[in-house]
Design a protein around this ligand. Sequence first.
Ligand SMILES: [Zn+2]
Length: 87
Amino acid sequence: MWLVYRASDGRTIQQPWQDIQDVGTLIDPDSGEDRAMLGWTATAPQQCSGCDTEVSLDPESGSYAHLDEAGNPDRWIDRGHYAEPRT
Ligand SMILES: [Zn+2]
């Protein structure tokens, strides 16, 4: 099960519920505020078919982006391939 949050840029971020015990709920690194929690899902986050990193659809660009540990897009890291969700 994953908790689902809304990022300030409109994307959704998933956190494994087991993480709550160790790190608590997610905080927005920009504002330092708790992220708005939307609910939970049993659907696993999408993994990149090229590197197994978690990917998320970026509503701004309409394309997928790799996510860093905090759930933010890391478009600036050159992985040698585009983020493509495993199907
Ligand atoms: Zn990848």
